[in-house]
Design a protein around this ligand. Structure first.
Ligand SMILES: O=C(O)C[C@@H](Cc1ccccc1)C(=O)SCC(=O)c1ccccc1
Ligand SMILES: [Zn+2]
Length: 157
């Protein structure tokens, strides 16, 4: 696996919708997942979306860990979500700090749904549904926005 370049905010790919993955089992997709993971870890992030590494595909990786702004964030093994679909979002919202690997040196408070239910394919092609809340739900919403060409500064009130 190799560390990939991360698209800056002015790159067109970050402002257009990504395409669904047709076949998760191809070597190209499996390699992209490995490269996204090492890129995320090298960038010290808590999430990453394929368009950020110039791949216009509906793939995200979620990797929450405790950090100065979210000291009680869960430490989780990175989860790759392919073709994620948010099935439900709570009306209850909460505001929290966000940053973006494509918008360096910028932090802002963003209002997000507190809880959500998501359906996605794992890297082995199984369909999974799961419910998340708090910081992990925030990361998921931030990454799914990337798949729709939306950056967090567009979410500021
Ligand atoms: O650009 C990305 O998608 C990665 C982004 C994910 C994210 C961070 C915070 C809230 C929602 C989504 C980052 O990992 S930015 C760098 C970071 O590790 C961080 C920034 C602010 C708060 C906590 C972590
Ligand atoms: Zn981002």
């Amino acid at each position: 696996p190799r560390i990939l370049p991360i698209a800056a905010a002015d790159e067109p790919i970050l402002h257009q919708p990504a395409h669904a993955v047709a076949d998760v089992s191809t070597p190209a997709i499996q390699r992209l997942l490995d490269d996204m993971l090492v890129t995320l870890q090298a960038a010290n992030g808590v999430g990453i979306a394929a368009p950020q590494v110039f791949a216009p595909l509906r793939i995200i990786i979620v990797a929450s860990r405790p950090n100065p702004r979210y000291p009680d964030a869960p430490l989780m093994s990175p989860i790759a979500m392919l073709n994620p679909e948010i099935l439900w979002q709570s009306d209850t919202t909460c505001s929290g700090w966000e940053g973006c690997l494509s918008v360096p040196d910028t932090r802002a408070q963003v209002k997000r749904a507190e809880r959500l239910r998501i359906s996605y394919l794992t890297r082995t092609g199984e369909r999974v549904e799961a419910t998340y809340s708090g910081f992990v739900a925030r990361i998921i919403q931030h990454e799914c926005d990337h798949l729709d060409g939306i950056l967090f500064p567009e979410r500021l009130e």
